[in-house]
Design a protein around this ligand. Structure first.
Ligand code: UDP
Length: 239
């Protein structure tokens, strides 16, 4: 065993659905619970970066379906993620954790710009870094941003928190009684099987750069702390 290993540094994805508790707006009690679980892991020495989604406010693709210009709608989606970042920042600070928000669209009064080396420095100092505004580019998803930010800030693993499911299944377990829970999955199988774990861009970027991932359920009490500390509770996805 490598006892001189670098400290554990991980990237956690929290979807907009989580922040909204399934509705539009913010479910502060849910965010507080997750923030408190993150705080436990941070106090145990885990370095935590977070990418926040924005589906509880706007999804560009949905607005485009209703006739809006896709790129402009995507920018609205990205701005929505920043509101979630600020909510999470507030509740993490209340839980005693030092935080920084960095956004891919500059908004100096509200957050730092995304500066990878500075993000790494924050992580080394035990601050949680919350990445907002996605990639700053339309037609991308926050899932893809997770893989990119994890690679650039040298995270060892991406932890994809999900609502309503606790792992990847061969089919939707809420609809198909024959759905099988997968302990492990390869990126290629996820891409070819189109399992709906996340978008294909994210999967292929993770595969091409050998980034490990775990897909897990956010709902069980303590789950967030457990995955952050390195326990396997969901589906591991690897090359
Ligand atoms: N978005 C984007 N580029 C990015 C990340 C996000 O255009 O790099 C937009 C896109 O419109 C997306 C919305 O922001 O629908 C919210 O992000 P996402 O749907 O990934 O959030 P989640 O589903 O995780 O809540």
């Amino acid at each position: 065993d490598d006892t001189s290993a670098a400290p554990r540094r991980v990237l956690l994805k929290l979807s907009g659905e989580t922040f909204g508790g399934g509705a539009v707006g913010l479910a502060v009690d849910v965010i507080r619970r997750i923030a408190e679980e993150i705080a436990v892991a941070v106090r145990a020495g885990v370095q935590v970066a977070i990418v926040v989604g924005g589906g509880n406010f706007f999804r560009g693709a949905e607005l485009a379906q209703n006739g809006m210009d896709r790129a402009r709608a995507d920018y609205m989606g990205m701005l929505g993620t920043v509101m979630n970042c600020l909510a999470l920042q507030d509740l993490l600070e209340q839980a005693g954790v030092s935080t920084r928000v960095q956004t891919a669209i500059t908004m100096g009064q509200v957050a730092e710009p995304y500066i990878p080396l500075r993000a790494i420095r924050h992580l080394e100092k035990g601050r949680v870094v919350i990445f907002g505004a996605g990639a700053g580019m339309p037609y991308f998803s926050t899932d893809t941003v997770c893989v990119q930010r994890a690679l650039e800030t040298h995270c060892q693993e991406v932890l994809m928190g999900k609502n309503g499911v606790d792992a990847v299944y061969t089919a939707d377990p809420r609809k198909d009684p024959d759905a099988r829970r997968l302990e492990h999955l390869s990126y290629t199988d996820a891409i070819v099987g189109d399992l709906g774990v996340m978008d294909q861009t994210a999967l292929s970027m993770a595969r091409d750069n050998d980034m490990q991932m775990q897909v897990f359920g956010l709902e069980g009490a303590g789950n967030v702390t457990r995955v952050l500390r390195g326990e396997k509770i969901g589906t591991t996805v690897t090359v």
